[in-house]
Design a protein around this ligand. Structure first.
Ligand code: ADP
Ligand code: NI
Length: 219
C-alpha cells in the first residue's frame, strides 16, 4: 500500500469510530475492528487488494439499514461522500460501494448481484463475527435491543423467509441461530473463512445443547 493509501485508511478508521459512537453493541466500532482484523487475516491467503478490502471492511456497516428504517441507500451514500472527500480513486470507491451493498445476509435466499474476491473476503470476515462466542453475544444483544424473547418453544424457526420477511421478523433470538447463524458455515467463500467458521459453528452447537438442557432443567 502507498503512504497515501495508508493515510486514507487512518482517516477512514477515525471517521467510522466517530460515526458509530452510541451504536448497538453488536454493530459498534469494536464489531468493525474485529471484521477488519478478520479480513486482513483472510487476505493473507487470497489474491486481493488489501486497500479495497480494508475500506470495505471499515465501511460495511457505516449506516446499516436495520437501524435506518430499512433504508439501504444511506450507507453507500455516506461511504461514497466520505471516500470522495478524502480523494480516493473513483474506481476504488465504486468497488467499495458494491461491497457495502452486497455484504449482508438478509435471509440468505436472495441472489447476490455482484461478486469479487475483495467482497468474498469482507463477507467472510463479517460472517465470522456472527459466529462463535462473539456471535452468540451479539445475537442476544440485538435480541435485547429489539425486546425479543430469548426462546419460545411454540415459535418455530422459518427457513423460507424472503428479504422483507427476514427483516420484519420478531421471532425469539434462539430462532436466529437456525435462520442464519448455523447456515453460515456452508456459505463461506474462502479457505481460511471456512476453517475458522467450522470451529465457531461447533461452539454454537455446544451452546445450544447446554441451553436446551438448562431450559428443561436437566443440567
Ligand atoms: P444481516 O443478518 O441482515 O446480514 P447483520 O449481518 O448486520 O445483518 O447481522 C449481524 C448480527 O446482528 C447477526 O449475526 C446477529 O448477531 C444480529 N442480528 C441480526 N438480526 C438478528 C435477529 N433477527 N435476531 C437476533 N440477532 C440478529
Ligand atoms: Ni457487520
Amino acid at each position: 500500500m502507498t503512504t497515501t493509501e495508508q493515510q486514507q485508511i487512518q482517516f477512514t478508521k477515525s471517521f467510522v469510530q466517530k460515526t458509530l459512537e452510541g451504536a448497538e453493541g453488536g454493530h459498534d466500532w469494536f464489531h468493525i475492528h474485529r471484521v477488519y482484523n478478520n479480513a486482513l487475516l483472510i487476505s493473507k491467503s487470497e489474491n486481493v487488494s488489501a486497500f479495497i478490502v480494508s475500506l470495505g471492511a471499515l465501511l460495511h456497516d457505516i449506516a446499516d439499514s436495520k437501524f435506518n428504517n430499512g433504508d439501504e441507500s444511506i450507507g453507500p451514500q455516506k461511504a461514497r461522500e466520505f471516500l470522495f472527500g478524502i480523494n480516493v480513486d473513483s474506481v476504488v470507491i465504486e468497488h467499495v460501494i458494491k461491497i457495502i451493498e452486497n455484504v449482508s445476509f438478509k435471509g440468505g435466499n436472495e441472489a447476490q448481484k455482484f461478486t469479487s474476491p475483495e467482497l468474498a473476503v469482507v463477507q467472510d470476515a463479517d460472517r465470522l463475527d456472527a459466529l462463535g462466542a462473539i456471535g452468540i453475544a451479539r445475537t442476544f444483544n440485538y435480541g435485547g435491543f429489539k425486546n425479543r424473547k430469548l426462546f419460545d418453544p411454540s415459535i418455530k424457526p422459518d427457513l423460507n423467509m424472503d428479504k422483507e420477511a427476514y427483516k420484519a421478523s420478531t421471532a425469539p433470538t434462539i430462532n436466529h441461530f437456525y435462520e442464519k447463524l448455523l447456515l453460515l458455515k456452508d456459505r463461506m467463500n474462502t479457505k481460511t473463512g471456512k476453517r475458522i467458521a467450522t470451529d465457531r459453528h461447533r461452539y454454537m452447537e455446544t451452546f445450544l445443547d447446554q441451553f436446551y438442557a438448562e431450559w428443561d432443567g436437566k443440567k
